[in-house]
Design a protein around this ligand. Structure first.
Ligand code: SAM
Length: 247
């Protein structure tokens, strides 16, 4: 019997894109610069291979010959580590499209019992965007991501949507419902923290969505956060999952 896409996604392990590029490492080095970037916080909050992966997705390394068009949307910005990686990739192309980071910057439980420090994080992302010269490309919107996207018309073109905000089942359900229709053919819908053992209900919503939508998407990637055997967290299958909408 052929494997379901869900099982294929579970079995997948992606690490290096077909076109590993120096730009991605340069972007990471800029982001990690102690004065001009965000410094060590970048890799305290994320592992480097996740950041390179996101850059390469936004840069088109995982596309085939055709490239989708539109804005990049990120739900859940925090200090802007991943936002600034996506924006550095977007900056490489001449296009009228922007990178939107959406985060209410309000104290609230994120679904795993952690409340994010918001004032400091908002100041941090503004500072990093300005230091990296990304202010013309990036727009940080202080909103609930689902409410924000529900207000957008389906005419608002999106080529990549990255979901890393409130990890409750209710919120991600609303996000998928409002963001997914905006993603253009050939565009990417990307989820962070899938299969996290502490977030079973959140993962369940995404697994359910994968099962229901395998006919509408033609490329599935899964990047494990801790792929190395023997790593203290390698038993946690937490992953970034990226899905490409069919043309
Ligand atoms: C895991 S952090 C995001 C990390 C970020 N992607 C990065 O690069 O470091 C989660 C963020 O989601 C935000 N958040 C919580 N509820 C949200 C909501 N309803 N809409 C959008 N963002 C939300 C939190 O304020 C927090 O900054």
């Amino acid at each position: 019997m052929p494997k379901s896409v869900r099982q294929q996604v579970l079995d997948l392990t992606t690490s290096v894109s077909p076109k590993r590029i120096e730009n991605a490492q340069t972007a990471l080095d800029r982001l990690m610069h102690p004065e001009r970037g965000i410094g060590g916080l970048a890799t305290e909050l994320h592992v480097p291979h996740e950041l390179l992966f996101l850059y390469e997705l936004a840069y088109g390394c995982w596309d085939d010959d055709r490239r989708s068009y539109g804005h990049i949307i990120q739900a859940g910005v925090h200090y802007g580590v991943t936002l600034c990686m996506l924006a550095q990739a977007a900056e490489k192309e001449v296009s009228p499209y922007l990178v939107y980071g959406i985060d209410p910057y309000q104290p609230q439980d994120d679904g795993d019992g952690y409340t994010y420090p918001h004032t400091e994080a908002y100041a941090g992302v503004r500072h990093t965007i300005s230091q990296l010269g990304l202010a013309n490309r990036v727009c940080v919107c202080c909103f609930d991501s689902a409410t924000f996207c529900e207000q957008l018309s389906v005419m608002f073109p999106v080529r990549l949507a990255f979901i890393d905000s409130n990890h409750t089942a209710a919120h991600v359900t609303r996000e998928i419902r409002s963001i997914e229709p905006l993603v253009n053919p050939g565009g990417w819908l990307v989820f962070h923290d899938v299969f996290h053992t502490k977030l079973p209900e959140f993962s369940h919503v995404i697994e359910r969505w994968i099962c229901d939508n395998e006919h509408r998407y033609d490329k599935w990637l899964r990047l494990r956060k801790y792929p190395e055997e023997g790593h203290e967290f390698s038993h946690i299958p937490m992953s970034t999952v990226a899905c490409r909408k069919k043309w």
